[in-house]
Write a protein that binds this ligand. Structure first.
Ligand SMILES: Cc1ncc(COP(=O)(O)O)c(C=O)c1O
Length: 487
């Protein structure tokens, strides 16, 4: 039944016939489209018959039918037996309000974390390498080589879905020597940073609702990948030696995926001892689980003997090794990699080919050259020394300028220190206030799915902030912490 009638007046207004005016058909289309979008013609409104409207407006009937047909193609109206009606999805002022969320339900989990999409430069941001120290000239030469090579034009095509063979081979050689990872180049999938590698793990290995263990406190990027895959995350507490799981945990909450940062727990900094690594591998084998080893910044080791990657301990075991060039090169490069266990390789081939496109080929070729020519190793050595000195300077500035009660954790690797604070100094209040002073320290409680009283503190990055600034920045942070404690 036709419930609404069109408001005659505005539809009957004459169309412009001035020289230079838009064609009559376009004017009528625009009038009706605006009326529908603006709610003047609500859903269900029946438009006048083409003959009647043509007569009223003094135009050809064909013009009106052409406009109605166009609106139908665009989905604004439906051509019904009773006449042409405004389609149901076009609700104007009088229609019911739009539903509050148009995204998939699982995306609502991100709402509490949502901040602006912008990314402003700031001091003390964890995870940011020393950008001004990056050997830009050498990198430009490596890129130039890739673009000047005889096959540079051919490399404008899609590449192999798993990435450039030259880079995969260079990474496998590098990993064997530097990280004790044992793999063939074919096991390596080049990704857009560690983040895509984590997303691939979730896509390849889980079904919605599967259980994933995450370190708590732990890396938010890993949790985001799991949330987007509709996994049920179980926060696993981290002690001074990293993730701790008992046989009861395995029996009662058997996971499909376990995410770990064994070389340098993020953000607390523990190294997972070898016995715990072996236990995890054994338990994962027994329960059909997969371990994701995120080895994001182990290249920058500042204290103690290097501990080889877990992947090398597992043989053909259930470890997926994730690496990134975001810290060792620069984050905007967006190059990372996933090392698949041989057992997964054959099964993963078809879905990977379907999901991936080989791109950024010249950057990948330049990266392969950078590694093979030894420039990567030299850059890493220089950065290791730089970060070691920066960490020392930060520790001294903390001792001198940060005169609120605190303990410092981590630091044998990487580019950040974690400072625990008593609960009287709420970390999110301090971190929010620090933003106004150009500091991007992260509140420790924000890394936890189920924060406890002790998960209160600040994660402070020293990678990309010059040491001369530490004293004044930490003095300011201490002042903000004291103010926060009075709130
Ligand atoms: C624990 C952890 N893993 C991985 C990454 C790197 O992510 P991506 O390679 O996507 O830049 C970071 C960066 O902050 C990190 O902290």
């Amino acid at each position: 039944m036709i419930s609404n009638t069109y408001p005659q007046t505005f539809l009957e207004l004459p169309l412009s016939r001035d020289a230079g005016a838009a064609p009559l058909q376009r004017q009528l289309h625009a009038r009706l489209q605006a009326a529908i979008l603006g709610g003047k013609l609500p859903a269900g409104t029946c438009l006048p018959g083409s003959r009647a409207l043509a007569t009223t407006l003094g135009i050809a009937r064909n013009t009106v039918t052409a406009v109605y047909e166009q609106l139908a193609v665009e989905g604004y109206v439906l051509a019904q037996r009773q006449g042409t009606q405004v389609a149901p999805q076009w609700h104007g002022d009088t229609a019911a309000p739009a539903p509050p969320c148009v995204l998939a339900q699982r995306m609502q989990q991100f709402a509490p974390l949502r901040t602006a999409l912008s990314y402003r430069p700031a001091a003390l941001r964890p995870g940011e390498p020393a950008l001004s120290q990056f050997p830009l000239a050498a990198w430009r030469r490596a890129l130039d080589l890739a673009y000047r090579d005889g096959s540079a034009a051919a490399a404008l095509a899609y590449g192999e879905p798993a990435g450039e063979p030259a880079l995969r081979a260079a990474i496998s050689r590098y990993l064997a020597v530097a990280r004790g990872v044992s793999c063939r180049a074919e096991q390596i999938i080049i990704t857009e940073g560690a983040q895509e590698a984590l997303t691939l793990c979730v896509r390849l290995l889980t079904n919605p609702g599967d259980t994933a263990w995450v370190e708590d406190p732990g890396y938010r990027g890993a949790k985001a990948a799991m949330q987007a895959g509709d996994l049920s995350m179980l926060p696993m507490r981290v002690d001074g030696h990293g993730l701790s799981a008992t046989p009861e945990d395995w029996r009662e909450y058997p996971p499909r995926l376990v995410y770990i940062t064994p070389a340098h727990q993020y953000p607390l900094g523990a190294v997972l001892p070898v016995p715990r690594r072996l236990q995890l591998i054994e338990a994962a084998r027994a329960h059909g689980a997969w371990l994701i080893e995120d080895d994001y910044d182990s290249e920058f080791r500042h204290a103690g003997e290097p501990v080889a990657a877990m992947q090398g301990l597992a043989g053909d075991g259930p470890v997926l090794y994730v690496g990134t060039f975001s810290k060792t090169m620069f984050p905007a490069l967006r190059l990372g990699f996933l090392v698949l266990p041989p057992a997964l390789l054959a099964a993963a081939q078809a879905p990977l080919v379907a999901m991936l496109r080989g791109g950024h080929r010249h950057e990948q070729l330049a990266m392969a050259h950078f590694i093979d020519s030894g420039q990567y190793a030299r850059h890493l050595g220089r950065m290791r020394r730089l970060y070691r000195a920066r960490q020392q300077a930060l520790r001294e500035a903390l001792a001198r300028q940060f005169d609120v009660p605190h303990t410092v954790e981590g630091g044998h690797c990487g580019m950040h220190l974690t400072v625990r604070l008593p609960p009287a100094f709420p970390d999110h209040v301090i971190a929010a206030a620090a933003q106004a002073y150009g500091m991007a320290v992260s509140p420790l409680s924000g890394f936890s799915l189920a924060p406890r009283e002790e998960d209160n503190g600040l994660v402070i990055g020293y990678g990309n902030t010059a040491p001369e600034l530490y004293g004044s920045l930490l003095g300011r942070l201490a002042m903000l912490a004291r103010q926060a404690s009075k709130v």
